[in-house]
Design a protein around this ligand. Structure first.
Ligand code: MG
Length: 164
């Protein structure tokens, strides 16, 4: 293993998915009653994908697309919280553990606050950390752009990892 300069590192992840007809909408590992879902090769969970990229990025271990190719039928409709857990295992194998994550969900709907704690619990469980180590915040896009037009959802996540 290469020599490290820091025992604490941070990473950032971003993802967006478009809405498609028919619910439920899966976000942060929570099935939200809705008449639309997030279109994607997996279950479309943009929040889980952004967090996965944030933790992989912090460890410089590539990205979610490398780990879970969208050309692989095994990843079709896949549970993104399971993918997050597998990425977390990859960090552990490389001597890292996640200390905390912070997520912004940018969406006109659904309202995130209603589902925040359920999402925090799902993400915390996948990462083997406490709910208090997972922050999830909702923002609208003030009716601007693709989010503002209600075409989909964007998520930004940061992660702090520490040497295990
Ligand atoms: Mg994605």
């Amino acid at each position: 293993m290469a020599e490290r300069r820091l025992a604490v590192r941070s990473g950032i992840g971003y993802d967006s998915h478009r809405f498609a007809p028919g619910g439920p909408l899966i976000l942060g590992g929570v099935r939200i009653p809705s008449d639309v879902h997030l279109h994607g090769h997996s279950d479309g969970d943009a929040a889980a994908h952004a967090i996965t990229d944030a933790i992989l990025g912090a460890a410089a271990l590539g990205d979610i697309g490398e780990m879970f190719a969208d050309t692989d039928a095994a990843n079709a409709g896949r549970d993104s919280i399971e993918m997050l857990s597998l990425a977390n295992g990859r960090l552990a194998s490389n001597g890292w553990r996640v200390a905390q994550v912070d997520v912004v969900v940018i969406a006109e709907t659904p309202r995130i606050a209603t589902h925040r704690d359920a999402m925090r619990d799902r993400v915390a469980s996948a990462l083997g950390i406490a709910r208090d180590d997972v922050s999830i915040k909702g923002k609208t896009n003030e009716s601007m752009g693709f989010v503002g037009r209600g075409e989909g959802i964007a998520c930004i996540a940061t992660a702090t990892i520490v040497a295990a």
